[in-house]
Design a protein around this ligand. Structure first.
Ligand code: UTP
Length: 484
């Protein structure tokens, strides 16, 4: 918020100049503290930038033009012995483990989203995701960090990006849960920025209440700026953190820190060490995930809606999809890269337009309207757009590493159907079943091969399959729910 209190007349003049003076419609009816608050909120918007944003993203929809020479991105295959690109997993695991032991890696979760598709009240990280335990997402990640702290002999700092809309509730949740066993000195919260939500028909900024501008978090891409302005980056540098293990709040099976991935990012001969990505192979051509591509030597994610279906259906001689590398929003980002971008005055990520239902005050009646169909445009930045800003020269660039869907991608996005709590529970169970069987245990499976039980392995029991070996394994009967 601005240090000096903005005055009504100057704000009104600035709003009039850009056709947004309706934001002061109810100003005369507000009590003085609400009036001051409203003026401060408006002063925090980049008012003069609004007409160009409205023209580009509300009155028009930016057209995507496919680069002429788009190629599939190269990647490190999950199987290091794969003839398509053999690599030394043990070496990179050793490099990543050393970086973790030296305290050079922090976990970084982006948790500022609104989770509107799930329809859960409150920060999504509080959602009870554990297949058996019902442990909240934040608790499941914390368990991994507790286990990683033991494994690597020092705590892994954890940075949590919230938004102004859920910051307090998030911090309160950690307080109420005693930081899930973590030392609170190693858990840092910082809010991302917001953008005004715009009326889809007119481009006018919506009012959430008579004295409150409707805003939305500015997307996970807002992380770069938020890391810099919040002091989080400075804190990382003080602690000697060089690499951020970036993940989203809605994936309970993500490896919060993965030594192999960290090692590849930091030491692979073709990696700049700036920003690296994990992918899972697309299950079928029409699957709605962004795809890692190579454009003029740069790794980029092209959204499924922007990549022509003809390309998405192309297959290699072995029958696999040519554009196979689906983005699962897991990255390693170096602090030096964040600083390079964040201190560059010309740095900005593009906005993406999303049409959403935005509750707002009707300017004529003053009543709150809860729309049934999309009425608003939200502008968001995406973190993967920073990939194109990585250096690419002398055979080095931003690398991609293939992982296995069952091992680490069980996202909770929707209330039902695809990527829902139910599919996440199934995937958590499939992973646990796999680990138990690898360790010599037995899991009841149906004729379709699916486990006939619900399983969950706590991160403090095993961070990966190998950790289960030698541990006592339960006798699991069909229909049982088992927490290890
Ligand atoms: P999603 O794209 O799934 O968006 O975010 P969302 O806002 O959580 O959910 P919907 O679309 O309203 O249903 C992917 C990840 O990025 C974070 C989310 O918290 C989630 O971890 N995110 C998203 C932010 O941190 N900030 C944002 O502005 C948007």
């Amino acid at each position: 918020m601005n240090a000096t209190q903005p005055d009504e007349q100057s704000i009104r003049r600035r709003l009039q100049a850009v056709g947004q003076e309706h934001l002061l419609t109810f100003y005369p009816t507000l009590a003085p503290p609400q009036q001051r608050s409203l003026l401060a909120q408006i002063a925090d918007l980049e008012i003069e930038a609004l007409p160009a944003l409205v023209e580009t993203y509300v009155r028009n929809k930016p057209a995507f033009s496919l680069p002429a020479n788009v190629q599939p991105a190269e990647y490190y295959p999950h199987d290091p012995a794969s003839p398509r690109r053999p690599w030394d997993r043990d070496h990179f695991r050793a490099v990543g483990s050393r970086l973790l032991k030296e305290g050079r890696v922090a976990a970084f979760v982006v948790a500022g989203g609104q989770g509107s598709r799930l329809g859960y009240e409150g920060p999504k990280g509080c959602y009870a995701a554990g297949a058996v335990s019902g442990r909240p997402l934040f608790g499941m990640f914390a368990d991994q960090l507790v286990a990683a702290g033991r494994k690597y002999g020092r705590p892994v700092p954890w940075y949590i990006m919230t938004s102004p809309l859920n910051h307090e509730a998030t911090v309160r949740f950690f307080e109420e849960n005693a930081y899930f066993g973590l030392d609170r000195a190693n858990v840092m919260f910082f809010p991302q920025g917001v953008m005004p939500s715009l009326d889809m028909a007119t481009g006018k900024v919506l009012l959430a209440a008579k004295g409150e501008v409707a805003t939305n978090p500015d997307g996970h891409g807002g992380a770069i700026k938020a890391l810099c302005v919040s002091g989080a980056l400075a804190d990382m540098k003080r602690r000697g953190v060089e690499h951020l293990s970036y993940f989203q709040v809605d994936n309970p099976t993500v490896k919060v820190v993965d030594p192999v991935f960290i090692g590849l990012h930091a030491a692979a001969p073709d990696s700049t060490g700036q920003m690296s990505s994990k992918m899972t192979p697309k299950a079928y051509p029409e699957e709605k995930v962004g795809v890692f591509c190579n454009v003029n030597g740069k790794t980029e994610v092209i959204e499924y809606s922007d990549l022509p279906m003809e390309l998405q259906r192309q297959r290699l001689d072995d029958g696999s999809l040519r554009f196979i590398a689906g983005s699962i929003a897991i990255h390693i980002i170096s602090t030096a890269f964040v600083e390079k971008l964040g201190t560059d005055p010309s740095f900005s990520l593009p906005y993406h337009r999303a049409e959403k239902k935005v509750p707002h005050v009707d300017l004529a009646t003053g009543n709150l309207v809860s729309p049934q169909t999309s009425n608003g445009v939200k502008l968001e930045k995406f973190i993967f757009d920073a990939l194109a800003m990585c250096d690419s020269a002398a055979g080095r660039g931003s690398i991609v590493y293939e992982t296995d869907r069952i091992e680490e991608f069980a996202p909770i996005k929707n209330a039902t159907g695809v990527d829902s709590p139910e599919t996440s529970r199934e995937l958590q169970t499939q992973r646990a079943a796999r680990w138990i069987e690898k360790a010599g245990g037995r899991v009841p499976r149906g004729t379709d091969g699916k486990p006939q039980c619900v399983l969950e392995i706590k991160a403090t029991t095993a961070l990966e399959a190998e950790d289960l070996k030698g541990k006592p394994l339960p006798d699991i009967r069909p229909g049982e729910s088992v927490l290890l």
